[in-house]
Design a protein around this ligand. Structure first.
Ligand code: AMP
Ligand code: GLY
Length: 425
């Protein structure tokens, strides 16, 4: 069948690589894609906010399956419109994508279905919210209800900080996303990500990962979309993973089905591993970026078959085969990221890095300028390596990074430190 993939980042390069490797994939199109996805299919210019244009393209090119990478088209209901037009599409409906699009929705679901998460209250009035914080104490966490591109969460250690966050969010600093805030208890523990592939009624594990959100070594500096990641996350032992399935993922699927919005797609659970067990910090309704760049290179099974089984409600007959190898990815970003960056500088040496065994350089924010690869965004490359352990994958990935010649870029030098320390024992 012909497949259309929506998105343009490193996640989509990793998806394009795995989709095109499937025996079921005839032609792969990526809208809009990047020079990395173009190695695996045909990039096309399509306005994905215009759902009718996407439907028309699918009809013209005889697309049998659409895979949606990022959250914005999910929250905008692209899956609903394509499905209504008879085009098989992977990803949650608009209603089900509220698990990512509305923190208040998710917290209410957790409360109703007994899913472990931080205690919380919802507020639309700033003064009431501040009074609550004063009575509750700090640390406390203030979250905008809606999608806020990583700016919607403030872990406040003082009343002043909490009050400033409330004023900023309810005052319109994040647009409509902050009109309502969720205020929740501060959870202590180690963070890890758990992925599940869901078909509305059944879920199967889709790997574990940990990422580095802060821009500088030692997990310092401002938050980013992620400066690196690795998989598996050994901290999520098989026993803890079984608890996550039983206590978090399965009740979520039951709850969503009970609300008439069955969840189909990838459910990405951000977890805090507290002394009382795993607690849900947040859900994403899609694969992570850069987590996908370490999950998919470890998947031995046919990705298209697995995603189709999820759409068709047939996951109970699927079991996935994962490599025993570990994977680690290092994000090379343009200097200045996560602030403003310059575009257009030339990147050399990607081919040299890829001559190493088990190394893949995913393109995240690049562009082709004549025959040169140039920087075209904040996070630019994701240098990924497989290895016998995280320690081995880390060494290979940094070896690959050293072969890339791009003076205008930078990366962290300690991606995976927590896992490497754990492996050292
Ligand atoms: P979120 O966007 O909800 O994943 O939050 C972003 C980050 O804020 C998380 O990765 C955590 O590091 C932190 N965070 C969110 N909620 C809590 C909480 N209840 N307790 C402690 N840290 C939190
Ligand atoms: N790396 C975090 C995310 O994809 O949301």
């Amino acid at each position: 069948m012909n497949i259309l993939l929506i998105g343009s980042g490193g996640r989509e390069h990793a998806l394009a690589r795995s989709l095109s490797a499937s025996a079921l994939c005839q032609r792969l199109f990526i809208a809009p894609g990047n020079p990395g996805t173009a190695q695996h299919g045909t990039n096309v210019v399509l306005d994905v906010t215009n759902h009718q244009a996407v439907i028309d393209f699918c009809r013209t090119m005889a697309i049998g399956f659409v895979v949606v990478g990022p959250e914005a088209p999910l929250v905008a209901g692209l899956v609903d419109d394509l499905t209504a037009a008879g085009i098989k599409t992977f990803g949650p409906s608009k209603a089900a994508a509220q698990l990512e699009g509305s923190k208040a929705f998710t917290k209410d679901l957790c409360a109703e279905f007994n899913i472990p998460t931080a205690a919380y209250r919802r507020f639309t009035d700033a003064e009431t919210a501040k009074t609550y914080v004063r009575n509750y104490g700090v640390p406390i966490v203030v979250k905008a209800d809606g999608l806020a591109a990583g700016k919607g969460v403030v872990v406040a250690t003082s009343f002043e900080e909490a009050e400033a966050a409330i004023d900023m969010m309810i005052g319109g600093g994040l647009g409509a996303a902050g009109a309502e805030v969720v205020i929740e208890a501060f959870l202590e523990g180690e963070e890890a990500s758990f992925f599940a592939l869901c078909d509305g009624a059944n879920a199967i594990p889709f790997g574990t990962a940990q990422d580095h959100k802060r821009v500088f070594d030692g997990d310092e500096g401002p938050n980013t979309g992620g400066m690196g990641a690795y998989s598996p996350a050994a901290v999520l032992t098989p026993q803890l993973q079984a608890r996550v399935m039983l206590e978090i993922i399965e009740p979520t699927l039951k709850g969503m089905a009970a609300r008439g919005m069955p969840y189909k797609g990838i459910l990405y659970a951000g977890l805090m591993l507290t002394k009382d067990g795993p607690q849900l910090i947040e859900y994403n309704a899609r694969l992570g970026d850069p987590e996908t760049q370490v999950l998919l290179p470890r998947l031995n099974s046919d990705l298209v078959e697995a995603l189709l089984a999820a759409v068709d409600g047939k996951l109970n007959s699927v079991s996935l085969n994962w490599s025993d190898k570990a994977a680690l990815t290092i994000v090379i970003a343009a200097k200045g990221y996560p602030g403003t960056v310059e575009k257009g500088s030339e990147i050399r040496g990607i081919d040299k890095a890829e001559t190493l065994d088990d190394v893949i350089v995913f393109h995240a924010g690049t562009k082709l300028d004549a025959d040169k690869i140039v920087a075209n965004g904040g996070r630019v490359l994701n240098v990924t390596a497989l290895g016998s352990s995280i320690t081995d994958a880390q060494a290979r990935a940094y070896d690959a990074v050293s072969r890339i010649d791009w003076p205008e870029g930078f990366c962290r030098s300690d991606i995976g430190w927590r896992a490497v320390e754990r492996e050292r024992g």
